[in-house]
Write a protein that binds this ligand. Structure first.
Ligand SMILES: Nc1nc2c(ncn2[C@@H]2O[C@H](COP(=O)(O)OP(=O)(O)O)[C@@H](O)[C@H]2O)c(=O)[nH]1
Ligand SMILES: [Mg+2]
Length: 353
């Protein structure tokens, strides 16, 4: 219902989503073929072995979670799919009105409300979609592979900024160690640049906090601040099932860090902003499209624009005014119209705006 945007969904969501989010939301992102799905399958298996249920949302058209052998005999996706403690949902990256991000986030919220303690979100790490989806996760792991200069691409694509955990998968292939070094170097560089922005007194505070706690029986020192998260760079081979435990450990550790430091609340609030924006955008869009499609003057306006007697901007202004009663602030300025409904001047130059 949610994915299809069926009528009544808003009411349903209002009922269902008024619960405190509890799930660990883990985003796994990276280029196509990096082994994200394979890693997710491994992680899910590990979590199941601990008795934890797992929901998987795969927003990756290149390697859908369908039946068949994913990793030869090691893990069969079918085994996961028939486990009642695992819920797998593959979602297309395009199609639904208002974009994918909003719907995906709602699906994730639903899975959380349903009670899944772990939600894994697999996305292809490219472009805007990826960044939007990334905003839906608490913890983001970026998966790279040794071949094809992924390290540099990662930095270009802004993956450096979003990674809480780096994973170099396919470490059974050559070049894995080099890529690990490259990523560590890039992280150091980034940290070095960031430290220029830290005011001097921060260093003092930190060092005092670090040395405190020794003789504080009578006068206990204040709680030491949570040290910043150190982004780990891990090596895995989903093919051989290596490095998975460490990967899971770091994902769990990062989530604990978010909780302990209060960052989780901050990220949730950030996420809420995006959600509100999305819902407003979608509903305005729907309203606008409806207004256009049902306005009997629309086809006449269209033919005027087609014939060069009016601009799309002029018509848009009228439609927006029909919805809001006026053109909202921040919209391009409208110009007075004469009695015939044509602009009195400057119409053509608006086209280039
Ligand atoms: N050699 C090797 N191949 C792997 C490894 N992990 C995944 N693969 C293979 O890489 C291909 C893409 O894996 P998949 O998990 O679908 O990647 P995704 O597109 O990132 O989800 C599949 O053929 C996997 O069997 C690995 O660690 N080593
Ligand atoms: Mg995949």
């Amino acid at each position: 219902m949610v994915e299809g945007g069926r009528p009544g969904v808003a009411d349903l969501l209002r009922e269902l989503l008024l619960v405190r989010p509890r799930a660990r939301r883990i985003g796994i992102t990276g280029p196509p073929g990096a082994g994200k799905s394979s890693l997710v399958a491994h992680l899910a298996t590990r979590l199941r072995a601990r008795g934890e249920e797992v929901a998987i949302v795969a927003v990756d058209p290149t390697s859908p979670f369908t039946g068949g052998a994913l990793l030869g005999d090691r893990i069969r996706m079918n085994d996961l799919a028939t486990d009642p403690g695992i819920f797998i949902r593959s979602m297309a990256t395009r199609g639904s009105l208002g974009g994918l991000a909003a719907t995906t986030r709602e699906v994730i919220d639903l899975l959380d409300a349903f009670g899944f303690p772990n939600i894994m979100i697999e996305t292809v790490g490219v472009g805007q979609t990826q960044l939007e989806i990334q905003a839906a996760a608490d913890t983001t792991a970026v998966v790279l592979v040794p071949e094809s200069g992924d390290g540099i691409q990662a930095m270009k694509a802004g993956l450096m900024e979003i990674a809480d955990v780096f994973v170099v998968n396919k470490s059974d292939r050559v070049g894995a160690d080099r890529l690990v070094r490259e990523i560590r170097q890039a992280l150091l560089l980034k940290a070095g640049m960031a430290s220029h922005d830290v005011p001097a007194h921060h260093g003092v505070d930190l060092s005092r906090a670090a040395s405190g706690g020794g003789d504080g029986v009578a006068n206990p020192p204040p709680e030491p601040p949570i040290p910043p998260w150190q982004i780990p760079v891990l090596k895995t081979s989903a093919g051989r099932g290596e490095g998975i435990d460490e990967f899971l450990e770091q994902l769990v550790a990062h989530h604990r860090h978010l909780t302990d430091s209060g960052l989780l609340e901050a990220r949730r609030e950030q996420r809420a902003r995006g959600r509100i924006r999305d819902v407003v955008e979608r509903s305005l869009r729907r309203r606008a499209l409806h207004a256009m499609e049902t306005d009997p003057r629309f086809s006449r306006w269209a033919s005027e624009v087609g014939a060069g007697r009016e601009t799309a901007y002029g018509v848009a202004d009228r439609i927006i005014r029909a919805i809001f009663g006026r053109v909202p602030e921040g919209e391009p300025e409208t110009q007075p119209e004469d009695d015939a409904g044509h602009r009195s001047g400057g119409t053509r130059s608006n086209v280039d705006d």
